[in-house]
Design a protein around this ligand. Structure first.
Ligand SMILES: Nc1ncnc2c1ncn2[C@@H]1O[C@H](COP(=O)(O)OP(=O)(O)OP(=O)(O)O)[C@@H](O)[C@H]1O
Length: 239
């Protein structure tokens, strides 16, 4: 069986917390070369599903593979999938550059990789300042740099546009586009449809843990002037 590196395949994914089905029989695929928006209102189950993609939460049923393997079986996880799930885990007194250097050391990359990553996310100017002085947008960039450490085939980013101003979102769009064009499979979550519309090729919309809509942005928005309007028309509901 040939499997494309980075392809994220989610099948029958289910997770309950007590009586609450946070994720319920979820199926979708993120192909290399595309940016998929994983969308849904607060509490829809996005973070729980992303944590299962990354092997941080054990599903009750179903499976996820990345490049054909469950996360736990990946021989070199940081070369296969990069993840940014939150922006609060940085040591406050460490500079962004030192944070990245620690990750370089742990994963066997030269210090110079830290400077390349700072440059890639446009954070060189703040690289020597302690993270406690970073804005949310700057911490998002640092989280993204950390995710890109091993130049992975797949990227999983939870709310990467949160805290970015309009020029930051435009910058993120360009970066994600170039990563997708280089063949990465990219999955990003958002609860803000207008924001996601600017960043993605495909959308997976989740509601109450279940898949509501899955398709290309172009198909879903044909005949509508925004993803939000298409969503309202298709579901007669709201996020
Ligand atoms: N560890 C947990 N224990 C109990 N309930 C949980 C746990 N984690 C998540 N939940 C519940 O599961 C549901 C889905 O939560 P989740 O964080 O996955 O949603 P989300 O779509 O990421 O929301 P948001 O956009 O607010 O981040 C919510 O009702 C949440 O309260």
């Amino acid at each position: 069986m040939t499997t494309h590196p980075g392809r994220i395949a989610v099948s029958g994914l289910t997770k309950a917390f007590g009586t609450l089905r946070a994720v319920d029989g979820l199926d979708f695929v993120v192909e290399p070369g595309s940016v998929t928006g994983f969308l849904g209102p607060n509490g829809a189950g996005k973070t729980t599903a992303l944590r299962m993609v990354l092997g941080l939460v054990t599903p009750d049923a179903g499976s996820v593979t990345i490049g054909g393997h469950p996360y736990i079986d990946l021989p070199a996880p940081s070369d296969t999938v990069g993840a940014a799930l939150d922006t609060t885990g940085f040591h406050p007194n460490r500079s962004g550059r030192n944070h990245l250097r620690v990750y370089c050391a742990v994963n066997g990359y030269p210090d110079q990789r830290a400077d390349e990553l700072l440059d890639l996310v446009d954070l060189t100017h703040a690289g020597r300042r302690p993270v406690k002085g970073y804005s949310l947008g700057m911490r998002q960039r640092l989280a993204l740099a950390t995710a890109l450490l091993g130049d992975p085939d797949a990227l999983v980013l939870d709310e990467p546009a949160n805290g970015l101003d309009p020029s930051g979102i435009a910058w993120l769009r360009t970066l994600l586009r170039s990563m997708a064009d280089a063949g990465k499979a990219i999955l990003i979550s958002s609860h803000v449809l207008w924001e996601a519309q600017q960043l993605v090729d495909d959308v997976v919309i989740l509601q109450d843990g279940r898949l509501l809509l899955h398709g290309s942005l172009d198909e879903l928005t044909r005949g509508y002037d925004s993803l939000e309007r298409a969503f309202f028309a298709l579901t007669s509901g709201g996020l």
